[in-house]
Design a protein around this ligand. Structure first.
Ligand SMILES: CC(C)(COP(=O)(O)OP(=O)(O)OC[C@H]1O[C@@H](n2cnc3c(N)ncnc32)[C@H](O)[C@@H]1OP(=O)(O)O)[C@@H](O)C(=O)NCCC(=O)NCCS
Length: 157
């Protein structure tokens, strides 16, 4: 990609765009691997502004921008658990997820952890495989009463 991908910390003003990106990415990208019922439950889990406020305040939360437009975000919980990584539906496979992950990995190392863990979707497995993550186990999680198949992955440094 020719245009620069800028990374900056998230602020509370980003919340409306974060919610839109989250919902759009799930309903366009993740729908390939999850049912309509699962997608509806998952997208609606983004609606709580209070939850996003807490994440931005408590976690290491970064935004990717191209020409001042939000094209992705990622956040790290408890120093070494990647809880969210989402790239705009129109900007997939342009290196944005890779750049966000690189910055997250540097932060994990700065936090003095030797392992980064995440719980990732079936859709994202090829990406994490490309980044040398190991799949530890397949597991189910429940969002708004609906079950999802996820994969617990980790990368040692
Ligand atoms: C997973 C995700 C964050 C990847 O972001 P991205 O910006 O598209 O990824 P990149 O362009 O940096 O991809 C880097 C490499 O990963 C691999 N990869 C990424 N997506 C892939 C896919 N769908 N299929 C196969 N390989 C893939 C490729 O090797 C790719 O390199 P290449 O494009 O040169 O072949 C993005 O697809 C996404 O938002 N998915 C939906 C949300 C989600 O499931 N998030 C993860 C868990 S919460």
């Amino acid at each position: 990609m020719n245009k620069a991908i800028d990374i900056r910390p998230a602020t509370l003003e980003d919340i409306p765009k974060i919610i839109t990106l989250f919902r759009d990415t799930i309903s366009h990208i993740n729908k390939k691997h999850y049912s309509e019922k699962q997608i509806t439950a998952w997208s609606s889990s983004a609606d709580s502004i209070e939850e996003w406020e807490k994440r931005i305040a408590k976690f290491y939360f970064i935004i990717a921008e191209i020409e001042n437009n939000m094209v992705g975000f990622a956040y790290l919980k408890n120093g070494n658990y990647l809880e969210g990584l989402f790239v705009h539906t129109e900007y997939q496979r342009k290196g944005i997820g890779s750049k966000l992950l690189r910055i997250i990995e540097s932060q994990v190392m700065m936090n003095d952890f030797e392992v980064l863990k995440s719980d990732v979707t079936k859709t994202a497995l090829p990406f994490f495989d490309n980044k040398y993550f190991e799949v530890l186990k397949k597991q189910n999680k429940t969002i708004k009463g609906v079950g999802f198949e996820h994969f617990l992955v980790e990368k040692q440094f």
